[in-house]
Ligand binder design. Structure first.
Ligand code: SF4
Length: 299
């Protein structure tokens, strides 16, 4: 299938329906060239992070700023022949280690490269909608059993699966990329009829899900960088612990759909965050300029 050829070119390593890819910040950190905003905000170690997904080709949306090849998405919302969680985690860690070997040939921090082979954090956010995978409980359990923390990023269209999670991620992210239904349809291009309603149900569930919750706004000019009041309403519905207000980045296949000029400057992201803060009462807690992101906190 063309999708997997394209992913291979982008240095994804694929295991059946799952995949892993070295994050730019993992590489930078191993070379002592900086670390990601999640290390700054939440203390995870970028060099010991494994960026992965159990549903690399499946999603309920075709977001304009998505970095995967959205025109090449697997049919349907059921993964045929799903692997068991243990198999997935074992094989993704093996593939992650093969990706790290490439860093041995460039100047790097030897201690960090050694440690990176033993990942301590799983960023389940690489591509596709992870909740399409029906055994997420088991997958989270497998990572936690290995002493790894987990950040799970969902687009919110599987409320029934989120509410039934017995094993919770260390941090649960919901991507909110539109202040209202009209912009949602044009920016996220959902392939299911009730995506907006499903997202809103997930936001309601977040209130008392029992783990740290984050709403992430990924914003692009000319698309969804508008109506802070609309975002404020959705944030209040979910009352997450944190809100990340972030510029969309034209990376991967998003380069074909987004201009650099559509990326809000950090100053503009900060101004937008201040408007959301005044609507919601959330406070500005932190920021990282080179990632054009601001962190708002409920307390
Ligand atoms: S947490 Fe995200 S940005 Fe940070 S190293 Fe992992 S995948 Fe990259």
């Amino acid at each position: 299938m063309r999708l997997f050829e394209l992913l291979k070119k982008q240095r994804y390593k694929v295991f059946n329906h799952s995949a892993v890819k070295l994050c730019l910040w993992t590489k930078k950190s191993i070379r002592d060239l900086g670390f990601c905003y999640k290390q700054k905000f939440y203390g995870i170690e970028s060099h010991r992070c494994m960026q992965c997904t159990p549903a690399v080709g499946w999603c309920t949306m075709r977001c304009r700023f998505c970095w995967r090849p959205i025109t090449e998405t697997c049919e349907g919302l059921k993964i045929p022949e799903e692997n068991d969680p243990e198999e997935i985690v074992e094989n993704l860690i093996k593939l992650h280690r093969t990706l790290l070997t490439g860093l041995g040939g460039v100047p790097h921090n030897e201690k960090k490269l050694r440690e990176a082979r033993d990942p301590r954090h799983a960023a389940i956010s690489l591509a596709g909608e992870p909740m399409v995978y029906s055994k997420m409980d088991g997958l989270l359990k497998e990572f936690h059993k290995r002493g790894m923390t987990t950040f799970l990023v969902t687009n919110g269209t599987f409320p029934e699966r989120v509410v039934n999670l017995k094993e919770l991620p260390t941090q649960l992210y919901v991507s909110v990329c539109a202040p209202n239904r009209r912009i949602f349809k044009s920016v996220n291009s959902p392939v299911i009829p009730d995506a907006w309603e499903r997202l809103n149900r997930t936001l309601e569930i977040l209130n008392d899900i029992g783990t740290t919750t984050v709403i992430r706004l990924t914003l692009a000019k000319g698309l969804n960088f508008t109506e802070p009041n609309g975002y404020g309403k959705l944030i209040k519905k979910a009352s997450p612990d944190f809100v990340e207000v972030k510029a969309a980045m034209p990376v991967g296949f998003a380069k074909d759909r987004l201009e650099y000029s559509q990326m809000p400057l950090h100053r503009e992201i900060k101004e937008f965050s201040e408007k959301i803060s005044s609507v919601t009462g959330y406070i500005l807690k932190d920021e990282k300029e080179d990632s054009r992101v601001v962190l708002l906190s409920r307390e």
